[in-house]
Design a protein around this ligand. Structure first.
Ligand SMILES: O=C(O)CCC(=O)C(=O)O
Ligand SMILES: [Fe+2]
Length: 338
């Protein structure tokens, strides 16, 4: 639905959450920052509360295994996580993530699909804003992650390669990580921090208007994808610092990366994705769901337990499969990658 069609639709009974200017900025520049969309106390603190238990269980487990010398119960989440990483020399992102890895899924692959995570995916204010940008039939796309961006100098390194175990997101478009069948999916990224995201602790940076030049070639490098700098105007990049409560919306073709974390604490954020119902999510093996449907509200999922079960079922199915699905379409031997 384009803007005009959408605002005509809204002249009915449902009012758009975002203003016409905001929607226009998103369409023209490929991103939109909405400060204070979420309430830190009502919308974000329940997530932080839930993750306290998650990190507690991890700490107990590692302590029992002799990997760490204390469970660090008194430390806040970020400092506690760093203590665990530094002492064990390992990273545990997957333990906190609400998405499965693309490869090597086993029955024991950790995943955290708790009710506070489900609730934020279905958050009314978030969906109101999403509705203004992609229309009223909203599917929660299963490409969704927690990011625990650790301070540069404390991040454990791979003993063999010397590379940091928590990589920096290099320049990419989110469209570049889906299957080609989802290239025309109107996938919207909603990125928001659980702690204030600053230039110092590694907020995102992006290139306004970069969504207009189509899908760019990505190059596999060290197991990650990166768009060569000659293909876009990296010098036009702007940082997007964001306070708790703010949300950054990005078009699927907006070029973005994350800055280094030079602070002494973890930059903790969520990135969720949504697309209009019926379009390919680009990850067929992962479960999405109808988050909002004005035409068929009875198809909406409201049960956090059912959602968690769907992920456990997907994990079981993937663990039994011999071949891994391949989501990458990019090759390092492409000329532009040289
Ligand atoms: O948070 C990050 O560092 C990377 C996030 C990202 O690339 C995204 O949300 O699409
Ligand atoms: Fe991204």
């Amino acid at each position: 639905m384009n803007i005009t069609a959408y605002f005509n639709y809204c002249r009915g009974e449902i009012m758009p959450y975002l203003t016409e200017e905001q929607v226009k900025q998103f369409e023209e520049q490929g991103y939109l920052v909405v400060e204070n969309l979420l309430s830190p106390a009502e919308d974000l603190d329940p997530i932080i509360e839930e993750y306290k238990d998650v990190i507690d269980r991890l700490a107990q487990q590692l302590y029992t295994q002799g990997e760490i010398s204390s469970i660090y119960a008194d430390l806040p989440f970020g400092k506690r996580l760093m203590q665990i990483y530094v002492e064990s020399g390992k990273e545990y992102t997957q333990y906190f993530d609400f998405c499965l890895p693309q490869k090597k899924v086993t029955e024991d692959t950790p995943i955290w699909v708790g009710p506070a995570v489900f609730n934020i995916i279905c958050n009314k204010k978030l969906l109101d804003a999403v509705e203004s940008l992609i229309g009223p039939e909203i599917y929660a796309n299963p490409i969704q992650h927690v990011r625990l961006k650790t301070p540069e100098q404390l991040t454990p390194k791979d003993p063999e390669t010397g590379r940091p175990l928590v990589p920096n997101a290099s320049w990419h478009q989110d469209n570049g990580v889906v299957l080609p069948e989802a290239d025309e999916t109107d996938m919207l990224t909603a990125w928001f921090p659980l702690v204030d995201a600053t230039v110092e602790n590694g907020c995102l940076e992006l290139v306004p208007y970069s969504h207009r030049t189509g899908l760019l070639q990505h190059c596999p490098r060290d197991g990650f994808l990166q768009i060569p700098s000659k293909l876009f105007q990296q010098e036009r990049a702007i940082p997007i610092p964001l306070k708790r409560g703010g949300v950054l919306f990005m078009h699927r073709r907006t070029c973005h990366a994350s800055l280094m974390n030079y602070s002494d604490d973890v930059r903790w954020s969520f990135d969720l994705r949504y697309n209009p119902i019926g379009q390919s999510t680009g990850r067929n093996d992962f479960p999405g769901f109808v988050a909002r449907s004005r035409s068929h509200p009875e198809t909406e999922l409201h049960d956090p337990d059912r959602w968690a079960q769907m992920w456990y079922e997907a994990r079981r199915t993937l663990a039994r499969r011999k071949e891994n699905p391949v989501y990458n379409r990019w090759h390092a031997d492409a000329e532009v990658c040289a």
